[in-house]
Design a protein around this ligand. Structure first.
Ligand code: SAM
Length: 279
């Protein structure tokens, strides 16, 4: 195994600080510094931006980000037990690591990033991963505050983010991500790579913002996708009935007998814009 730094092995850190993983905090730790380094490098270059890591835990990915060049790294961790372990990393890399003990769901990105570009990297806690992604994509002002997201998800969620029409995973998340971002799966991470191993395979997803996504109202798009995918097996004339049904579909030239999963992102945007005009 390659040596990233002279800090103690993560197993020792976990034992010394009594960091027995807690399921309710989504704690599945990565202890292989080769793997955390591989993840960190996907967000490179790391030196010219503020790097924000959500859920550093005992600090495996944190150490990899610093060893691979992060000069200004901010970590947000909810579990107070992890803070002393992170303090040791901060002491080893003076002036480069800022530790915030907080719930990532409540944080203010602009305040964290300051004036610098912002890249977010995380082995996300699975219980809040999708909500955090939505918080970063479903924002009123676009382009967003961040420049890239390099995130670990359960593979099934990763597939829902990058899904194309006419596939089982295609739904609201794929339409939103397809509208405003370029998202791709970089590689899978097997369950055995984690301590403790989760039940399913994970995957790293890389997301960058589209600079000029087709103009549409976020609220109208959310309304239309919620109605369409809420009854995904039904024909759109039925599922979209509360929003105008056949007359709405006729106005944008979509066959009312089609089903939600056959519509392209552009067709959803056309529907959202037609709906927006009625509101
Ligand atoms: N980054 C470490 C790694 O790769 O080994 C830990 C990843 S573990 C999957 C998720 C981490 O997120 C845990 O350390 C957990 O305490 C933390 N966490 C869970 N919910 C959180 C929240 N709402 N805000 C901030 N951190 C959270």
């Amino acid at each position: 195994m390659s040596v990233l730094d002279d800090l103690p092995p993560l197993r020792d850190v976990i034992a010394r600080h009594d960091l027995a993983p807690r399921k309710q905090l989504g704690q599945n730790f990565l202890l292989d510094l080769n793997l955390t380094s591989k993840i960190a490098r996907q967000a490179a270059p790391l030196a010219d931006a503020t790097i924000l890591e959500i859920g550093p835990g005992p600090g495996g990915l944190t150490r990899a980000l610093l060893a691979n060049g992060a000069e200004q790294l901010v970590v947000v961790e909810k579990d107070p037990r992890c803070i002393p372990a992170l303090d040791e990393i901060a002491a080893y890399y003076p002036g480069r690591l800022r530790i915030i003990e907080a719930d990532a769901l409540d944080m203010d990105l602009a305040a964290i990033a300051g004036d610098r570009p912002l890249k977010i990297v995380a082995n996300l806690p699975y219980n809040v991963g999708t909500q955090l992604l939505l918080n970063w994509i479903a924002v009123e002002a676009w382009p967003p505050r961040w420049q890239s997201l390099t995130l670990m998800f359960q593979k099934e969620v990763a597939e829902r983010i990058v899904a194309k029409p006419d596939t089982d995973h295609y739904g609201r998340l794929a339409v939103l991500a397809g509208w405003r971002t370029h998202a791709r799966i970089l590689f899978d991470v097997p369950a055995q790579a984690f301590t403790p191993p989760p039940k399913v395979t994970s995957a790293i997803v890389h997301v960058t913002p589209s600079l000029a996504p087709f103009p549409a109202s976020l609220t109208a798009l959310e309304t239309v996708t919620a109605a369409a995918f809420g009854q995904r097996r039904k024909m759109l004339r039925q599922s979209l009935k509360p929003l105008g049904g056949e007359s709405l579909l006729d106005r944008v030239g979509i066959d009312p007998r089609r089903r939600a999963e056959t519509l392209s992102v552009e067709e959803f945007l056309a529907l959202a814009n037609a709906l927006g005009r009625d509101e």
